[in-house]
Write a protein that binds this ligand. Structure first.
Ligand code: 5GP
Ligand code: MG
Ligand code: MG
Length: 197
C-alpha cells in the first residue's frame, strides 16, 4: 500500500505484466510498420514511459514527437481537453502512431483526432497501454490495446495523481473504502445503533 497526497493506493498491475503488454504492442507495430517510416506521437505527460519502451523496441526507421494534452484534475476528468503543447512538426502525408498511456472517456482522442486530421496525415492508429472499455464513450477507433482495465483510478508507470506517482514502476489502483467494519446489529449494549469502527 502507498499513499499519495490524501489517497491510498494498492498494487494492481505488476512490472512483468506491463512489460508483456508492451512486448505484444511492439511486435505488432514492428510487423505493421517495417519500412514505412512512421511518426510516433506520444501524448504527454502520462505516456512518456510507455512511449520510450515502444520506441526502444521499434526496429526500423521512425520519428518520435510529442504533444501535451491535459484534462484531469485530481482523480476526475474535467471533460475539457486543452492542448498544452502542440505539434512542432509537419505531418502532412505521414503515417502516424499515437502512443497513449490510457484511454478513458476518449475526450483526449477526439481532440487529437481533430489535430491530426487538420494536419493532413496519411493515416493514423492509436496504441494505448491501458483502456477502460466501460468508460469509453467515443467513436475514434482504438486499434492497439495493451490491457483492458475496469473503470478505476490508477497511478504509476507515467500516470499521476495530482502530479505524484508517475515514477512508480508498477501500477496501483485507488484503494476501495471498505464498509465491512460497519456494525449494524451488535450485541445488546455493544453500542448505540450504527457504528463505524
Ligand atoms: P480521456 O480523455 O480518455 O478521458 O483520458 C485521457 C487521459 O486522462 C489519459 O491520457 C490520462 O492522462 C488521464 N487518465 C485517464 N484515466 C486515468 C486514470 O485512471 N489514472 C490517471 N492517473 N490518469 C488517467
Ligand atoms: Mg495520457
Ligand atoms: Mg494526469
Amino acid at each position: 500500500m502507498i499513499k499519495l497526497h490524501d489517497l491510498e493506493f494498492e498494487p494492481f498491475i505488476s512490472e512483468e505484466e506491463i512489460t508483456k503488454a508492451i512486448d505484444t504492442i511492439a511486435k505488432r507495430l514492428n510487423d505493421e510498420y517495417t519500412g514505412r517510416k512512421p511518426v510516433f506521437i506520444g501524448i504527454l505527460n502520462g505516456s512518456f514511459m510507455f512511449a520510450s519502451e515502444v520506441i526502444k523496441r521499434f526496429e526500423s526507421d521512425c520519428e518520435i514527437s510529442f504533444v501535451k494534452m491535459g484534462s484531469y484534475e485530481g482523480t476526475k476528468t474535467t471533460g475539457e481537453v486543452k492542448t498544452l503543447l502542440g505539434l512542432g512538426q509537419e505531418l502532412a502525408g505521414r503515417e502516424v502512431v499515437l502512443l497513449e498511456d490510457i484511454v478513458d472517456t476518449g475526450n483526449t482522442l477526439v481532440e487529437v483526432d481533430r489535430i491530426l486530421t487538420e494536419a493532413g496525415v496519411a493515416s493514423y492508429q492509436v496504441a494505448t497501454l491501458f483502456f477502460k472499455p466501460s468508460a469509453y464513450k467515443k467513436d475514434v477507433p482504438v486499434q492497439i490495446i495493451g490491457m483492458e482495465i475496469p473503470n478505476k483510478f490508477i497511478v504509476g508507470y507515467g500516470l499521476d495523481y495530482d502530479g505524484l506517482g508517475r515514477n512508480l514502476t508498477q501500477v496501483y489502483k485507488r484503494k476501495e473504502s471498505k464498509m465491512t467494519n460497519l456494525v449494524l446489529f451488535g450485541p445488546p449494549g455493544a453500542g448505540k445503533g450504527t457504528q463505524a469502527t
